[in-house]
Design a protein around this ligand. Structure first.
Ligand code: ITT
Length: 195
């Protein structure tokens, strides 16, 4: 069975492909010849994930899913949220995004935050959502050089190190994305014929 992940991010594709087994074959946007720029115009993670999955379903009628993720900071009323990638302006300027967060939280004592991932799956025309979160706090300074995005300033609850100080395996064992993907994979397992 063919399943399309509405992304061109090779790392994300590989993460899901590694967890899928059996008869489901995973394809990225490139693999199906889709070069469309799917705009994330939603104001929630669910909306953005849904925009991506519907784009593929409406155009190709293939089983598919899209995802959206971001950081929510309690003292900033959930910011940067869906704007995480472009919080300081340009898309994916991680250093500037972190500087903006640290500046806004300069004299803030409530440092609670979480990463959230939402996946919208369209299977046989029916939409389902899978969600993963990881709770933590925002450090006062960056620490570590691993990962990406806000990892150097995010310390997950129960740890004394940031995401950027963890190995990829450590982060992938507890991350928001991994949790959402696990739920998706569990659902898809039932869709595969037993060998
Ligand atoms: P796409 O092209 O697939 O949209 P992206 O890098 O924008 O890739 P996401 O939509 O998953 O990735 O996440 C949006 C932003 O949220 C991302 O650019 C980071 O700033 C932040 N983010 C998401 N997951 C993160 C993580 O695991 N660690 C650090 N920052 C993360």
């Amino acid at each position: 069975m063919k399943l399309v992940f509405a992304t061109n991010n090779a790392h994300k594709l590989e993460e899901v492909a590694n967890k899928l087994s059996g008869s489901i074959e995973l394809f990225g946007l490139n693999d199906i010849g889709c070069n469309d720029e799917i705009e994330e115009t939603g104001i929630t993670f669910n909306e953005n994930a849904s925009i991506k999955s519907h784009h593929i379903w409406n155009k190709y009628h293939l089983n598919c899913f899209g995802d959206d993720s971001g950081l929510e900071i309690d003292a900033l009323n959930g910011e940067p949220g869906v704007y995480s990638a472009r919080y300081a302006g340009g898309h994916g300027n991680h250093a500037a995004n972190m500087d903006k967060v640290l500046e806004k939280l300069k004299s803030e004592t409530n440092r609670k935050a979480r990463f959230r991932t939402v996946i919208s799956l369209i299977w046989d025309g029916e939409e389902m959502f899978f969600e993963g979160t990881v709770e933590g706090t925002i450090r006062h300074e960056r620490s570590g050089s691993g990962g990406f995005g806000y990892d150097p300033i995010f310390q997950p609850d129960g740890y004394t190190i940031t995401f950027a100080e963890m190995t990829m395996e450590e982060k992938n064992a507890i991350s928001h994305r991994a949790k959402a993907v696990e739920k998706l994979v569990a659902f898809l397992k039932d869709k595969q014929p037993t060998p």
